[in-house]
Design a protein around this ligand. Structure first.
Ligand code: OAD
Length: 255
């Protein structure tokens, strides 16, 4: 309770807030995380198929795997943590949600001040002309899992950042710029094993932001955090929103 109160006070006095989410925020929506127990996707680890090499070797398999994942994501619904983040978006002068998730649950919940830094499972990119399209607009080839580009007939791939690839231009700049201005950074449901997102959170803290981490399991980020809220995002993010509103109601907000 004491940690929740401290986190709420940090948020209530913040003008600029950066939130960073990982797979854990969608766990309660029924979408498997990447690492740890249950972190398998149809028997494959993400590292085995989410690579340009895997796509070069067997695009049919990679697409089959993504279509299977996409089906899980499309059947899942945003949970109270996603919804609470939509509420938080309007509470601050500046807010940015940088998600590592490709499941689309943040936009479906209604988040608008959002960057999906690893892409979105509903989009595809042409390997020939680089057009980025909703997957539903890509041309299906009968008998094949691999869609083709309706513009140039090139082979399409999932528009997702794979292991070994560099981030798309501007994506990290936007997140680091928000980190440099944030008064509070809220990290939710990430193991912090992927370095740029973890680095963005630590950079925000270095620039003066209060670092709040929400996770049932301690991570490197929780060890560095100013406040570690240990538990499930679906419980703690709405609780944090309500605690923040209570603090504001008591007149502690300075902005
Ligand atoms: P991970 O699977 O590495 O970590 C998920 C985290 O969520 C763990 O720390 C869990 O303890 C935590 N968690 C589990 N249930 C939770 C709950 N109910 N509430 C809050 N937290 C919970 O997923 P990410 O950190 O997102 O990259 O992984 C980062 C990136 O690695 C992914 O975006 C993906 C992956 O490879 C790419 O595909 C480029």
């Amino acid at each position: 309770m004491e940690a929740l109160q401290r986190a709420a006070q940090a948020l209530a006095s913040a003008r600029n807030v950066l939130a960073i989410t990982g797979a854990g925020i969608s766990a309660e929506s029924g979408i498997p995380t990447f690492r740890g127990a249950g972190g398998l996707w149809e028997g494959f680890r993400a590292e085995e198929l989410a690579t340009p090499e895997a796509f070069g070797r067997d695009p049919e398999l990679v697409w089959r795997w993504y279509r299977w994942r996409r089906d899980i994501c499309s059947k899942a619904a945003p949970n109270p943590a996603h919804v609470a983040l939509v509420e938080l978006e309007s509470r601050f002068e500046e807010f940015l949600l940088a998600t590592q998730n490709v499941d689309g649950l943040h936009p479906r919940a209604g988040s608008r001040k959002l960057i999906e830094i690893h892409g979105n499972i509903d989009t595809a990119r042409c390997t020939k002309c680089s057009a980025i399209l909703p997957l539903d607009d890509a041309s299906e080839i009968p008998g094949s899992q691999v869609p083709s580009c309706p513009r140039c007939t090139g082979r399409m791939r999932p528009h997702i950042l794979w292991f070994g690839e560099t981030y798309w231009p501007g994506v990290l700049d936007k997140a680091f710029a928000a980190a440099s201005r944030a008064n509070a950074v809220l990290v939710i449901g990430t193991s912090a094993q992927v370095w740029p997102p973890a680095q963005i959170a630590l950079q925000a803290q270095k620039s003066g932001a209060t670092l709040i981490d929400v996770n049932p399991q301690p991570t490197e980020i929780s060890a560095a955090a100013d406040v570690f809220l240990q538990g499930k995002a679906g419980d703690l993010v709405p609780a944090l929103l309500h605690a923040c509103d209570r603090v504001c109601g008591e007149g502690i907000r300075t902005s």
